[in-house]
Design a binder for this molecule. Structure first.
Ligand SMILES: NC(=O)C1=CN([C@@H]2O[C@H](COP(=O)(O)OP(=O)(O)OC[C@H]3O[C@@H](n4cnc5c(N)ncnc54)[C@H](O)[C@@H]3O)[C@@H](O)[C@H]2O)[C@@H](O)CC1
Ligand SMILES: Nc1ncnc2c1ncn2[C@@H]1O[C@H](COP(=O)(O)OP(=O)(O)O)[C@@H](O)[C@H]1O
Ligand SMILES: [K+]
Length: 471
């Protein structure tokens, strides 16, 4: 079922803090902690048979959740032991919850941790503010089966970076809304199965923080379906600049556009037009000059970059910019120091290497880097990878997890460009086209019958993938 946009919100640890503070005005923190502990315990009881459990509790509220889980599992008859990694502050809510644990406390669990059936990581959550020290690292290294409360300790909730060390959890139970670090790499690899639980915080509290980041799923955008009055021009026209030497890329973009439902696909060939005409009877290959092509006011959406040499980009891109058409810029446009020229584009789709070439290092924070590049260029930026980040100049960001390494094949990026161009031509905004395009691209991979699709195979699934995106 399509989710509401508010359900897709991803909250940074500091935004979550604001929400927690707001929630505490109506529900005492100790009750929220109790609810969090119940939520984690239920998920454990659903998945694991009774076994010995070691709960590692940190000094903050994450530790507080851990003490509740310990109490509830012990009540269910499981053998439970607790290790206080650090003592909670005196008279704090955590200290009160810790005081309700009347079972065994092990001060040195190093020799024990390997033997227990399950380790509950309640050391740090949203409050993580530095790298894990060696003692905690050495302890966690020995844990075999880990359930993390909120987020595996050591995973940065905002960036997904690993702060020194983090355990690989089998299950992570987080509260209210997921955090960017659950989906961004490398963090995503440490989270295991992610479950988001309601702990009695009202969705209305979201209005107390400015949510600018979402999980990229249908609901964040809505794509057009067929209308009885459709005709090819209303579906949208995509124009693609075809390179003179590397002709495969533009052909793949064009095939992707057609298969995603473009009404018409033009190729403006810089070299031999015949080579493009021969590749599909559905393509219209321009016979006239670029100037004449640009005079057709229906041709507002242009793909520039796939298969283009730097000199071809230098010749064509300024003309497209001057004509004020909407440009999806990819591949060949990403030359160093090219961010000025890119300002005339609508959407840019660099992979990490291309991004670094134009904008410099990403400083281990993909979201901030993509957001800054979007602000600098005024384009929607699609920073491609296994955790593609889409950033809008207005600060909105989407993180995509709906994709697999099936997409890591030559020409896959060209395919994405054609999909996004089609959605833009259909009348969607730049932001929606980029987000929906990335999701449909991933879906096309999932629809493949085997794990090793070529870019041409992906194109065959695009119609179904678009249908699924519209459901
Ligand atoms: N605040 C609330 O209302 C609720 C919070 N919840 C839980 O509370 C957590 C957040 O609680 P807190 O804000 O107390 O933060 P944490 O419990 O994550 O930890 C904060 C404490 O750990 C210390 N610390 C952080 N990183 C460290 C490191 N690497 N080495 C040593 N010490 C370190 C901090 O200085 C601080 O004292 C969430 O992750 C969630 O599990 C839940 O109980 C639900 C309600
Ligand atoms: N491991 C992966 N998981 C998910 N998506 C991936 C993975 N590797 C690559 N992709 C996706 O495949 C596409 C590759 O694009 P790109 O690197 O430009 O390829 P090409 O230049 O060959 O067309 C991007 O959309 C990227 O997000
Ligand atoms: K944790």
């Amino acid at each position: 079922m399509t989710k509401q946009i508010s359900e897709l919100a991803l909250l940074t640890p500091s935004q979550m803090n604001d929400i927690d503070r707001e929630a505490a005005k109506t529900t005492p923190v100790i009750q929220l902690m109790e609810n969090a502990g119940w939520a984690v315990t239920r998920e454990i009881l659903k998945r694991y048979k009774p076994c010995s459990v070691l709960v590692l509790c940190g000094p903050g509220n994450n530790g507080g959740d851990g003490y509740v889980v310990a109490r509830l599992l012990a009540k269910a008859g499981w053998p439970v032991y607790v290790t206080a990694i650090a003592k909670p502050k005196m008279r704090s809510d955590v200290a009160r919850v810790a005081g309700q644990w009347t079972g065994t406390v092990i001060s040195n669990s190093a020799s024990y941790i390997e033997k227990v059936g399950l380790v509950i990581d309640a050391i740090f959550g949203a409050g993580l503010n530095k790298a894990l020290d060696l003692e905690i690292t050495n302890l966690l290294r020995k844990a075999k089966h880990v359930v993390a409360i909120d987020i595996p300790s050591g995973v940065h909730g905002e960036t997904g970076q690993i702060m020194g060390y983090a355990p690989h959890a089998e299950l992570t139970v987080t509260f209210f809304r997921a955090k960017p670090g659950h989906y961004l790499l490398p963090g995503r690899e440490y989270v295991g199965e992610l479950v988001v639980k309601d702990i009695g915080i009202s969705s209305n509290t979201l209005s107390k923080t400015s949510t600018r980041c979402w999980l990229n799923e249908p609901g964040l955008w809505k794509i057009p379906t067929h209308e009885i009055t459709d005709y090819k021009y209303s579906r949208g026209i995509v124009s693609i600049v075809g390179g003179s030497q590397m002709t495969g890329a533009a052909k793949l973009s064009a095939h992707a556009a057609l298969n995603t439902g473009a009404g018409l696909v033009h190729i403006f060939a810089l070299g031999s037009a015949d080579c493009y005409s021969a590749s599909s009877p559905c393509f219209i290959v321009d016979k006239d000059s670029l100037e004449i092509a640009l005079q057709d006011s229906r041709r507002k959406i242009w793909v520039c970059g796939p298969g283009l040499l730097p000199e071809e980009v230098n010749e064509i891109l300024p003309k497209l910019v001057a004509a004020k058409v909407k440009i999806i810029a990819d591949a060949g446009v990403f030359q160093s120091n090219q961010s000025e020229l890119l300002k005339g584009a609508s959407i840019i789709t660099p992979h990490i290497g291309e991004f670094k070439r134009v904008f410099g290092d990403i400083e281990e924070d993909k979201v901030s880097a993509a957001r800054l590049a979007a602000q600098q260029t005024g384009c929607v930026v699609v920073l491609k990878g296994a955790d593609t980040v889409i950033a809008s100049p207005d600060g909105r960001v989407a993180i995509n997890q709906h994709a697999s390494s099936q997409l890591a094949t030559a020409g896959s990026g060209d395919t994405l460009t054609g999909i996004i161009a089609t959605l833009l031509a259909s009348g969607l905004s730049e932001w929606e086209s980029a987000c929906a395009g990335v999701w449909i691209h991933g879906e096309a991979g999932f629809l493949c019958e085997h794990s090793w699709p070529t870019a041409e195979d992906l194109a065959q699934n695009l119609g179904n993938a678009r249908d699924n995106a519209a459901r």
